[in-house]
Ligand binder design. Structure first.
Ligand code: PLP
Length: 384
């Protein structure tokens, strides 16, 4: 394999997991649309593949690539971020076990734990992930997992990964970091002590809002063996075209994250002190309570910006209705800018729970269009 661990991020992103096909010279991974693979005699696999749920030659290079960009040893690809989440939870937790989750966790993560895993005897405690002492206090003798998201969705709180890894390990628990918002370009959880980095590759890794997928990366072989068992045993795998699209996206991840960060910084400048804005939330902003921790563990601060409107819920809904370039839609991390109202959209399932989000909150996924156009769009939508 031409790629090495010592290579820079983009060299790994572009080359890891695949060399030009020796048979044809194809520089891109072929989309192997085959569910099964011919054997030379019983058990005689030619390329290590027998059936495409277990493994297929388009998914395999993606998995090696995912491991390389997270600077981990083992990568596993799934059909969605939630499928990766489900695999992780079932690999680590048994009935009677307890986990700590961020009190503003991704809505789908919260819903899966709260509505499904509790039925199987799993208990959880939500804690503010930016407060290391609160996480320590939420731990029990039965705690087997500390779930970290940083930055969190949608409030962009920051968890100190190295400190939280200490707390988890001291308590005999594993720590997983949902690294979806930062991407491996901006933040490397395994190097900071996390046991597993989890992604919704639907977001920045895919990067073009054209594919749904998930990933788990770890250095822990025993954990990876459990992931592989469930990946095949439960079968939530990506198809070859999805794997191809995700790899295609990853090649430009570094360029895109730089541009997302540049554009977000310009939007934050506009929002900062704007009379219609009660609060701008961005980890790169000096006023962010955990700016110092974010600066320590992130290369830059990414494309997610949240804000609270001075005029309350109606002002937030009006703002969402008035942007022209920012499309009103759930999801994030694509080349195009998106706007959404978490309370009524992505986080509607948290209503009435501890994880409820403020109703004057709006979340922006700042894309990679021209910054001047994005700034002008936000400006007119705030002032209309
Ligand atoms: C989108 C998302 C997920 C879930 O991923 P899917 O690909 O939609 O299943 C999990 N965590 C975070 C932070 C996300 O943004």
């Amino acid at each position: 394999m031409s790629e090495q661990r010592s290579h820079g991020f983009s060299t790994r992103a572009i080359h890891a997991g695949y060399d030009p096909d020796p048979a044809t010279g194809a520089v891109n991974v072929p989309i192997y649309a085959s569910s099964t693979f011919a054997q030379d005699g019983v058990g005689g696999m030619r390329g290590g593949f027998e059936y495409a749920r277990t493994g297929n030659p388009t998914r395999k290079p993606l998995e090696a690539n995912l491991a390389a960009i997270e600077a981990g040893t083992f990568g596993r690809a799934f059909s969605s971020g939630m499928a990766a989440t489900d695999c992780l939870l079932r690999s680590v937790l048994r009935p009677g076990d307890h986990l700590v989750i961020p009190n503003d966790a991704y809505g789908g993560t919260f819903r899966l734990i709260d509505k499904v895993f509790t039925q199987w005897g799993i208990e959880y405690t939500p804690a503010p992930i930016s407060d290391v002492d609160a996480v320590r206090e939420a731990m029990r003798p039965t705690t087997k997992l500390v779930w970290v998201e940083t930055p969190t969705n949608p409030l962009l709180n920051i968890g100190d990964i190295a400190a939280l890894a200490d707390v988890a390990h001291t308590g005999g628990a594993k720590i997983v970091v949902d690294n979806t918002f930062a991407s491996p370009y901006l933040q490397q959880p395994l190097a900071l002590g996390a046991d597993v980095a989890l992604h919704s590759t639907t977001k920045y890794l895919g990067g073009h809002s054209d594919v749904v997928g998930g990933a788990l990366v770890t250095n822990d072989e025993e954990l990876d063996t459990r992931f592989a068992f469930l990946q095949n045993g439960a079968g939530a795998v990506p198809g070859p075209f999805d794997a191809y699209l995700t790899m295609r996206g990853i090649k430009t991840l570094a360029l895109r994250m730089e541009r997302h960060s540049d554009n977000a910084e310009k939007i934050v400048e506009l929002l900062d002190g704007h009379p219609a804005v009660a609060q701008v939330i961005y980890p790169g902003h000096e006023a962010h309570p955990d700016h110092a921790v974010a600066s320590k563990q992130m290369r830059r601060f990414g494309g997610m910006v949240s804000l609270r409107l001075a005029g309350g819920k109606q002002a937030a809904l009006d703002f969402c209705a008035r942007t022209e370039i920012f499309t009103l839609a759930e999801s994030l991390g694509g080349v195009e800018s998106l706007i959404e109202h978490p309370g009524a959209m992505t986080h509607a399932s948290t209503a009435g729970s501890l994880l409820e989000v403020p109703e004057d909150l709006v979340r922006l996924s700042v894309g990679i269009e021209d910054a001047a156009d994005l700034v002008a769009d936000i400006e007119q939508a705030l002032e209309a």
